[in-house]
Design a protein around this ligand. Structure first.
Ligand SMILES: Cc1cc2nc3c(=O)[nH]c(=O)nc-3n(C[C@H](O)[C@H](O)[C@H](O)COP(=O)(O)O)c2cc1C
Length: 177
């Protein structure tokens, strides 16, 4: 089994990275082959709305996006996560997701998907509609959303370690892939 993780957090070893890596490491214990991409460390141009992909089936911009989406396409499971920044995913992850327009305009994708969100606010319900909308949108593109890890009340890494439920959920998901 192949699993590709993508983190939209700019912070290395962040809460998002930790939750994604917990899924990946737990699956690796059962023999899965895993890799993690950190968008902040890569070069990914925002979608230019040039519609080149509509005519050619691939994105015109052959930057780091191409390698990641190839890895996702070849994977059984894609684990993608972001902290919530001003009620949305980070600009890094949004930039990456907008490039999925080239998936819509070519052969499509059907990789299983685990979504990961982390927020400082302790109210679990606050961004639920946003998370649901994003999950539906990714499902419409072709991904099969199999689970969502949503950590709330987590401003810093210590809070993640104290709130074991989120790490345990990530571990369990990884073990069951
Ligand atoms: C620019 C910025 C905006 C943020 N906006 C929100 C927000 O709207 N709601 C919230 O609950 N937390 C917000 N946070 C807090 C982060 O979501 C939280 O600290 C998260 O755990 C960081 O995840 P990371 O360690 O993976 O980077 C914001 C943090 C930053 C830096």
């Amino acid at each position: 089994m192949k699993i590709t993780g993508v983190s939209g957090s700019p912070r290395k070893d962040s809460n998002t990275d930790t939750l994604i890596n917990t899924v990946l490491n737990s699956a690796a214990e059962n023999g899965a082959e895993t890799q993690l991409f950190r968008i902040n460390d890569l070069s990914i141009k925002p979608c230019q709305s040039c519609y080149y992909c509509k005519e050619n089936g691939v994105c015109k911009y052959q930057d780091d996006y191409v390698e990641i989406v190839k890895a996702i396409d070849e994977s059984d499971v894609f684990v993608v996560g972001s902290p919530i920044y001003f009620s949305e995913v980070t600009a890094q992850l949004k930039t990456f997701i907008d490039r999925f327009y080239s998936i819509v305009n070519n052969q499509g994708i059907n990789t299983k998907l685990v979504l990961v969100y982390v927020q400082a606010n302790p109210d679990e319900t606050l961004y639920k509609p946003y998370i649901e909308a994003q999950s539906n949108m990714l499902g419409n593109i072709g991904f099969e959303v199999i689970d969502i890890i949503h950590g709330y009340g987590i401003p810093e890494i210590e809070n993640l370690e104290e709130n074991k439920e989120f790490l345990e959920k990530a571990k369990e998901i990884g073990a069951n892939l």
